[in-house]
Design a protein around this ligand. Sequence first.
Ligand code: G3P
Length: 215
Amino acid sequence: MKLFIDSGNLDEIRSLVPLGIIDGVTTNPSLLAKESGDPRKRLKEICDLVKGPVSAEVVATDVDGMLKEGRELAKIDDHIVVKVPFGKAGVQACGTLAREGIRVNVTLCFSPTQALLAAKVGATYISPFVGRLDDIATSGMGLVEEIVQIYDNYEFGTEVLVASVRHPLHVVEAARLGADVCTCPTKVIDTLFNHPLTGIGLEKFLADWKKSQSR
Ligand code: G3P
């Protein structure tokens, strides 16, 4: 399963890339709005850092606006994936951009029917928001399971990109269900390394070794 960072912060991305576990980055208007400076310059810097798919979201809500923005975003760097919100305009824009060879990530997906329609128009990625579903007592991973099954049934090329990830169990479940990508905030990626027994085990090894060296 590919692992993306869900962030627009260069320092966060720069701190994780050397670990060799990061395959891409996802941004959205809220994440980029947290950062200072020109968002398009920042997207280029992120592409240069991660050298993998970088999702950049349009803010237009009409088809023509999405197409204009999408084509401009795609020109920033070859690694850019244009993100469009699910809806009739997003689906239409996705189909047109995909036919032009521009990779599209359809975001704000909350139902299997939305995922089906996005795949039918050639989306490269579908982004089900699992945390926001969990927030309303609806199983986010249940949606991922349905989407993976539907996409397998019809061999759709669209990749399932699990988003709105809140904790490491979302990552475990995404991998168990066969999702293609999981995008996580930096604080969730940090938790993926943690296990108390690993720390305890290493301490014991080093203590035993140190004792043996002082005999
Ligand atoms: O990429 C989508 C993600 O950033 C939303 O996460 O935690 O605001 O639901 P969250």
